[in-house]
Design a binder for this molecule. Structure first.
Ligand SMILES: Nc1ncnc2c1ncn2[C@@H]1O[C@H](COP(=O)(O)OP(=O)(O)OP(=O)(O)O)[C@@H](O)[C@H]1O
Length: 257
C-alpha cells in the first residue's frame, strides 16, 4: 500500500469547543453466572488516546458495548459531560457524539462503500449532499483507495476496517471507540493507522478509546492505558509503565509475541 501523507481536509479538522468528558464509574456486567466485567472505572476527554488492553476474554469489547449503548451495565454508570446517559441506545450514543467500530466490519454488504458511510451521515440528520461530501473526504482520509462505488461485500478485510472507521467518523464524534482496528494490517498499514489515530485526536479533537493487541501501536499512540484481566482492572497508567508491569506481563504470558 502506498501510505500517503495525512493531511486532514478542512471539514474534518479543528473543532473548537470545550473539551467533552466521558466517564465510566463502577461498571459491571454479568452474563448469567459469568462476571464479564467488574467495577470498571475510566475517564477520558476529547483529544486523548486511551488504550484498553488485556488478554482475550478480559472484557474489553463488553466495556465498549456498554459505553456505546449496545449493552446495559448490570451495575455502575456512564456519564457524558457529567450527565448520566442511563440506558441509552446505540443511536442516542451516536447522536450525542460517541461512535464506534466493530471487530468484524459490520458493513451493509449490498450497499456501496460510499453508501455505507453516507447512510451514517443521513442517520445523523445530514442532507444527502453533506453526507456524500463528508463520506468521500473521510474515506480518502482513512486510506481507502479502492472503488467507492464497489459493493462493500467485495472489499478486503483491511478495507472493511477503514470503511468502518470512516463511518464512525462522519459527523465528527467527540469520542471514537476502536475495536482492534489494526487486526490483519501490515507494518506499513499499522504505521498509517497510528498516524491517523493521532490526527483524529489532535485535528478532530476526538477522544479515542483504542482496543488493540498490537503493543507497538499502543506504545506509539496512547497517552494512557487501562489493562483488564478476567473482567477486572489490572493496571492503569501511561503505556511505558503498564506494559512493563509484572502483573500485566504475567497476564499476557503466552498470548503476546
Ligand atoms: N453476550 C454474551 N453472553 C455471554 N458471555 C459473553 C457475551 N459477550 C461476551 N461474553 C463473555 O464475556 C467475557 C468477556 O468477553 P469480551 O468479548 O468482552 O472480551 P475481550 O477482552 O473483548 O476479548 P477479545 O480480546 O478476545 O476480543 C468472555 O468470557 C466472553 O466469553
Amino acid at each position: 500500500m502506498n501510505v500517503q501523507q495525512l493531511e486532514p481536509a478542512v471539514s474534518v479538522s479543528a473543532k473548537p469547543s470545550t473539551p467533552a468528558l466521558l466517564r465510566v464509574e463502577g461498571v459491571s456486567v454479568q452474563f448469567g453466572a459469568l462476571a464479564a466485567i467488574s467495577d470498571i472505572n475510566l475517564g477520558m476527554s476529547t483529544g486523548e488516546v486511551l488504550g484498553l488492553i488485556g488478554p482475550n476474554g478480559a472484557g474489553k469489547t463488553t466495556l465498549v458495548n456498554c459505553i456505546s449503548g449496545f449493552l446495559n451495565p448490570t451495575k455502575g454508570s456512564i456519564s457524558l459531560n457529567d450527565k448520566p446517559v442511563g440506558k441509552w441506545s446505540p443511536e442516542q450514543a451516536r447522536k450525542l457524539g460517541v461512535a464506534r467500530t466493530f471487530q468484524g466490519g459490520r458493513l451493509f454488504g449490498a450497499l456501496t462503500v460510499l453508501e455505507n458511510v453516507e447512510v451514517a451521515g443521513l442517520g445523523l440528520g445530514m442532507s444527502r449532499s453533506q453526507a456524500r461530501t463528508q463520506a468521500q473526504e473521510l474515506l480518502g482520509w482513512v486510506g481507502f483507495r479502492g472503488d467507492l462505488n464497489g459493493k462493500a461485500v467485495d472489499i478486503p478485510y483491511v478495507d472493511e476496517r477503514r470503511v468502518g472507521m470512516a463511518r464512525a467518523l462522519i459527523g465528527k464524534p467527540d469520542f471514537l471507540l476502536l475495536d482492534e482496528p489494526a487486526a490483519g494490517m501490515s507494518d506499513d498499514e499499522c504505521a498509517h493507522l497510528g498516524r491517523l489515530i493521532q490526527e483524529i485526536a489532535s485535528s478532530m479533537s476526538c477522544g479515542v478509546l483504542l482496543i488493540e493487541h498490537n503493543m507497538g501501536l499502543i506504545k506509539e499512540v496512547c497517552d494512557w492505558t487501562l489493562v483488564m484481566s478476567s473482567g477486572c482492572e489490572l493496571a492503569v497508567g501511561p503505556p511505558e509503565q503498564t506494559l512493563s508491569d509484572k502483573k500485566v506481563i504475567s497476564a499476557y504470558l503466552g498470548e503476546e509475541e
